[in-house]
Design a protein around this ligand. Structure first.
Ligand code: SF4
Length: 184
């Protein structure tokens, strides 16, 4: 099949228009049908996935999430969301979502369910033991008080205040390897 220059330009125009309107619908985000949101309470939050930090409006009814969409008032995303952010509703309402702590013993082959209280105790024990075993008090004549065996990694799910509290806590322990997902 031979394609004339005119045909080629026409085809390019249609493709470009399709891409443009596809882009517009992506950037516009998904709006829920108004009826779906009747009687819901709206709260704003931040997408937990990546370091962009897009703003979300979460609508709840009787304590259950019924809709999540981009927040048009948020200066970062102005209402738009990528495909991961747009699918957040399915993370909140999903039979396959783990809601209990799963623990696998050292050398174990099976996961077992433990309470949050037990999980926190185990984590605290490991932090203390690791800090005690790897603590560097001095380098030469200089006091460094460094917990050399522990690193702290923040994520986009943490807000500013949580990041502040976490980094203070890490520094109190002597952790100097502090990183955040958005910087990597
Ligand atoms: S919606 Fe997408 S781009 Fe925005 S923070 Fe979430 S994952 Fe990142």
């Amino acid at each position: 099949m031979s394609v004339t220059r005119k045909d080629f330009l026409k085809l390019s125009g249609v493709t470009a228009a399709g891409a443009f309107f596809g882009g517009v619908s992506f950037l516009g985000g998904c709006k829920a049908a108004p009826d779906k949101l009747k009687g819901t309470k709206e709260s704003t939050t931040i997408c937990p996935y990546c370091g962009v930090g897009c703003g979300l409006i979460v609508s709840t009814r009787n304590g259950k999430i019924v809709n999540i969409e981009g927040d048009p008032d948020n200066p970062i995303n102005q209402g738009s969301l990528c495909s991961k952010g747009s699918a957040l509703y399915q993370v909140a309402n999903n039979d396959r979502r783990l809601s209990k702590v799963q623990y696998r013993k050292p050398y174990g082959t099976e996961w077992e369910e433990i309470s949050w209280e037990d999980a926190i105790k185990k984590i605290a024990r490991k932090v203390k033991d690791t800090r005690d075993a790897t603590f560097v008090e001095k380098e030469g004549d200089v006091f460094v008080n460094r917990a050399a065996g522990i690193a702290s990694m923040g994520g986009a799910a943490l807000d500013n205040e949580e990041c502040y509290a976490l980094s203070k806590f890490a520094r109190v322990l002597g952790i100097s390897y502090l990183e955040h997902q958005a910087r990597i």
